[in-house]
Design a protein. Structure first.
Length: 686
């Protein structure tokens, strides 16, 4: 039977190439009969065998739905139920062409009915598509057939079409939680099949991105309303191969983005005129390309977030060391045959662009580099939302004990290329000689860079709060575990003081637009207070502690002005009164340091008859007067509110998922345009 079916399919494909219009007309005529309410299969026992050998005209099916009134659609319920059921049955066929055509038919039916359901007229898509009485049975059969194709010895191109179909199913509605068809995908899970693909290095090379995308979409279904078994299963997954494979898919996507960005921003070699011409010529196009590229990474970043947020075991995969030129997991027994046409579509990596190819890396290194690109420009909404997701991911990482232990491990050093935004006082440069350091140093560098480069009129307060939260979490870990890293802490202190200067200079406009600047200032003070109170437990040496005091004394005017500003707002009854009062309390120890050491420095200067003192002379005074300094022990400096998606970030993720759903729906349109290529590929395999 399989041989006869293959012969039939080849004969039909040859006939389609010689007489495409005739074959198309035959399919169209059958569709028209269906949509007129008649059953063309009556008294034709071989009708369905022949029907699913015909190339699907998806555009015509959708156009037929567009012509229908709502009442006519309800009248076609029995015919649509029959067509849906027969397509599900065809998924059992051994002939892959019938299976592909069945999948495309299901796609067209789902899209057509859901598109028709948008509007004021309400009807249940399940009843229209499948019928209430048989829905559970039919959907169970469908999922069983899909699982079999994904896990057994089927052509890879057919597995890919199944994943594309699942994407069509998941993105049928803008709000994924309103897609009632997904209830059946929860009851009859494809989770194990997806995980099996991720654990197979050969399959993952081609199917990995689509597999992770499908899994990520299913996780979003009613995640705040009821138990979602995809969330539960991902949270307890401990399959090391699958988790590493998951990480490798995300790594490859972000690595490709980083590489494209690096190539696009290589300094021109033709002198200043060439550089100017290139900059002017690419200014606007580059921005559009950059935004589009960032938007396309929303789904892969969401996948990374879900894995880190839900699965503690994923931290190992996040920091799994490998080199860019070799896969992160050993190849398992491949399912691909050398003659499979899809093998030619596997992207090849240009070794010349992998610089340096021999340097060890991991997903966290690649993610930090990606974040350094996205965090440069947050004025556009797309880039702002993407940057926010990067900072949320870093928040989850920075409060994980095991992740921190790996990031602070002095035996795990990596070179992390961080990109810096060109500014008036500095040129954009690519660092040629990046030192190898513990990963936490790159995290802190990224936070310092963000603080320094976003003091602007459109002040991204929310991102600043997250940035300071990440910094504080890292310090809390260092204090708790008494970890001392060799880091230029002065750069962080300088960045924080500059941020305070910006707040003072722009107080009026900032308070009008976002009265939370007192909360932001308190976050800054808490970081300084953490250094003051616990610095002896994690600063690398006593000199670092002395330098902290020197910076506070040297920049005392900034702290005095912040105190005066907060004090003004505590005397009125505005919204900022309470947060301003808290800020004044957080300044107690800094003011104590300034008030204690400033007179002693002045007295020492007068005794020595010096008009100005060097840094070393001030430090000498500081060291001599530590014993008489009295500080107030502040509570909860080493505590923070642990990240929680619900309810704080629910609105953000709901909107993000909606945006991803719309984008995925656009990309799955490629299913419609590549049918001929898919069928010809399958015919060569058959």
């Amino acid at each position: 039977m399989a041989t006869e079916a293959a012969t039939d399919s080849k004969r039909l494909l040859r006939r389609s190439s010689s007489n495409k219009m005739g074959l198309k007309e035959k399919v169209v005529q059958i569709y028209e009969i269906f949509f007129q309410g008649d059953d063309p299969s009556c008294d034709k026992p071989n009708f369905w065998d022949e029907f699913f050998l015909l190339k699907v005209n998806i555009g015509h099916i959708e156009s037929e739905f567009d012509k229908l009134s709502n009442e006519s659609l309800l009248g076609l319920k029995d015919n649509l139920n029959l067509l849906f059921y027969k397509a599900v049955q065809a998924l059992k066929e051994e002939n892959p062409i019938r299976v592909i055509n069945a999948l495309h038919t299901l796609c067209a039916l789902i899209r057509g009915v859901f598109k028709k359901s948008v509007g004021d007229f309400g009807f249940d898509v399940i009843n229209i598509l499948i019928g209430f009485d048989s829905a559970e049975t039919v959907m169970q059969q469908m999922v069983e057939n899909l699982n079999r194709i994904l896990t057994e010895e089927y052509p890879v191109i057919l597995k890919l079409q199944v994943l594309k179909f699942l994407q069509v199913l998941a993105t049928a509605t803008d709000n994924i939680s309103q897609n009632t068809l997904l209830e059946y995908i929860l009851i009859n899970s494809v989770f194990e099949s997806l995980i099996q693909i991720l654990g197979n290095a050969a399959l993952r090379q081609i199917l990995g991105h689509d597999t992770v995308l499908v899994l990520t979409l299913f996780i979003q279904y009613r995640k705040y309303e009821s138990a979602n078994q995809y969330i539960v299963k991902l949270s307890i997954l401990d399959d090391e191969l699958a988790l590493t494979g998951y990480a490798q898919v995300v790594h490859n996507a972000l690595f490709d983005f980083n590489r494209s960005y690096a190539v696009r921003n290589i300094e021109p070699q033709g002198g200043w005129f060439s550089a100017l011409a290139s900059m002017v010529g690419n200014m606007f196009v580059a921005d559009e390309k950059q935004i589009a590229a960032v938007r396309s990474n929303d789904s892969i970043l969401l996948a990374l977030y879900e894995a880190i947020h839900l699965n503690r075991n994923f931290i190992t995969a996040l920091t799994h060391t490998h080199t860019p030129s070799t896969p992160a997991t050993p190849p398992s027994s491949p399912v691909l045959s050398p003659g499979n046409p899809l093998l030619n579509q596997v992207p090849k990596t240009d070794p010349a662009l992998l610089e340096p190819t021999c340097q060890p890396t991991n997903l966290l290194v690649t993610f930090l580099e990606y974040s350094s690109v996205v965090l440069q420009d947050t004025k556009d909404e797309t880039q702002h939302n993407n940057a926010k997701l990067c900072l949320i991911i870093l928040t989850c990482i920075s409060e994980d004990q095991y992740a921190n232990s790996l990031m602070h491990d002095i035996n795990m050093n990596f070179r992390v290329p961080l990109h810096r935004m060109p500014m008036r006082h500095r040129k954009m440069k690519v660092e040629k000689d990046i030192s190898s350091r513990p990963l936490v140093c790159a995290v802190l560098d990224l936070m310092v860079e963000f603080i320094m480069s976003h003091m602007m009129k459109t002040f991204p307060l929310e991102l600043y709060l997250k940035c300071l939260g990440i910094t504080h979490r890292v310090l809390c870990y260092q204090k708790k575990c008494r970890v001392r890293i060799q880091y230029p802490w002065k750069e962080l202190w300088t960045a924080l003081i500059n941020l305070l200067k910006f707040i003072l200079s722009n107080e009026g406009s900032l308070v009008k637009r976002q009265n939370n600047i007192f909360h932001l200032s308190s976050k800054i003070m808490n970081i300084f207070n953490t250094f003051i109170t616990y610095g002896d437990t994690f600063l690398p040496n006593p000199n670092s502690y002395d330098e902290l005091y020197y910076e506070i004394i040297r920049m005392h005017q900034v702290f005095d002005n912040i105190y005066s500003m907060a004090l003004r707002y505590t005397t009125n009854d505005g919204e900022s009164k309470d947060s301003a009062a808290r800020l004044t309390n957080h300044l107690v120890n800094i003011r104590a340091i300034v008030n204690h050491f400033t007179p002693k420095v002045d007295a020492w200067s007068a005794a020595k008859q010096l008009s100005s003192l060097t840094e070393e002379q001030v430090l000498e005074v500081v060291r001599a007067n530590y014993d008489t300094l009295t500080l107030k022990l502040q509570d909860n400096l080493d505590q923070f509110d642990r990240y929680s998606e619900k309810p704080r970030e629910m609105g953000y993720f709901t909107q993000l998922v909606r945006s991803i759903t719309v984008e995925v729906r656009k990309t799955t349109n490629s299913i419609w345009t590549t049918q001929t290529e898919v069928l010809h590929s399958l015919s060569s395999i058959t």
